[in-house]
Design a protein around this ligand. Structure first.
Ligand code: COA
Length: 261
């Protein structure tokens, strides 16, 4: 299904979701959040999709945050909490799904935009991208998991600097502190994102999913339990035909042809 504020496109096995509210710098209002989730579910459910990409329309913004008009008109504590929980749930869905998600950051990734980016597996940014959690300047704090994911990615000190001061940082700084994995010239962003996605699409999907689960779940528990999680997931990967194919191809000195099971 196609919406005006969320566009989707399937290119081979890569599913691209574009947040399309350029007139508001792709800010996430409730309607857009709902349709983003719907589009994401579509990508997850399609067995032909190996990788999901999320980006923003235009060359100015990925997502400039939650829609400030809606935050301004929040009428109760419950409404505020519901809004936060809804966003958090969707970002968990993105973070915890079994398909790799690449965030393609084409400009401002502020507030909810930065939080959305952090829920992805890999972040590639254009050299004009800017990042920050500026909520403090609106009298609030991040509500889509920003206070939790930012310190996990960049360390407590830098996270506190960014959140307390509402700092905006450029793409190179984001790369240095580990908030993004790759920065490329703006004109090459989509091409580079597709080459990352297409490489991932050739990897064995069950093993990728097990790697993703192991890393995500392992970070939430102590090392011993994390290693136990890894062992279970290793066993799942070993049960696949792709394990047989991958190891056989190595021994036969040829490129593996993974089947996805
Ligand atoms: N929510 C709602 N509308 C937003 C928005 C947001 N988060 N971010 C930008 N917009 C709207 C602006 O109100 C403006 O609308 P208008 O043309 O009807 O006035 C339009 O998008 C363009 O933004 P503008 O501020 O004019 O662009 P700019 O280039 O001068 O500044 C930013 C760009 C990103 C620095 C600035 O828009 C900004 O600070 N946005 C808010 C970021 C934020 O605090 N996010 C966290 C929200 S919780």
């Amino acid at each position: 299904m196609e919406y005006s504020n969320i566009l989707t496109e399937k290119k081979d096995s890569v599913f691209v979701i574009t947040i399309n509210r350029p007139e508001a710098l792709n800010a996430l209002n409730e309607d857009t959040v709902g349709k983003l989730e719907h589009a994401f579910d579509q990508g997850l459910a399609d067995p032909g999709v190996r990788v999901i990409m999320i980006t923003g329309q235009g060359n100015k913004a990925f997502v400039a945050g939650a829609d400030i008009n809606e935050i301004n008109s929040l009428s109760s504590v419950k409404a505020a909490q519901d809004k936060s929980i809804r966003g958090i749930d969707i970002l968990f869905k993105i973070e915890q799904c079994d398909k790799p998600v690449i965030m393609v950051i084409n400009g401002y990734a502020l507030g909810g935009g930065c939080e959305l980016a952090m829920a992805g597996d890999i972040r590639i940014a254009s050299d004009n991208a800017k990042f920050g959690l500026p909520e403090i300047n609106l009298g609030i704090i991040p509500g889509y998991g920003g206070t939790q994911r930012l310190p996990r990615l960049v360390g407590i000190g830098m996270a506190k600097m960014m959140i307390f001061y509402g700092m905006t940082i450029d793409a190179q700084t984001a790369l240095q502190i580990g908030l993004v994995e790759k920065v490329v010239p703006a004109g090459q962003l989509m091409e580079e994102a597709f080459s990352l996605a297409n490489l991932l699409a050739q990897k064995p999907p069950v093993a990728l999913a097990m790697a993703k689960r192991s890393i995500n779940e392992g970070l939430e528990v102590d090392l011993k339990r994390g290693c136990a999680v890894e062992s279970s997931n290793f066993a799942v990967a070993c049960s696949t035909e792709d394990r047989r194919e991958g190891t056989r191809a190595f021994l036969e000195k040829r490129k593996p042809q993974f089947k996805g099971y």
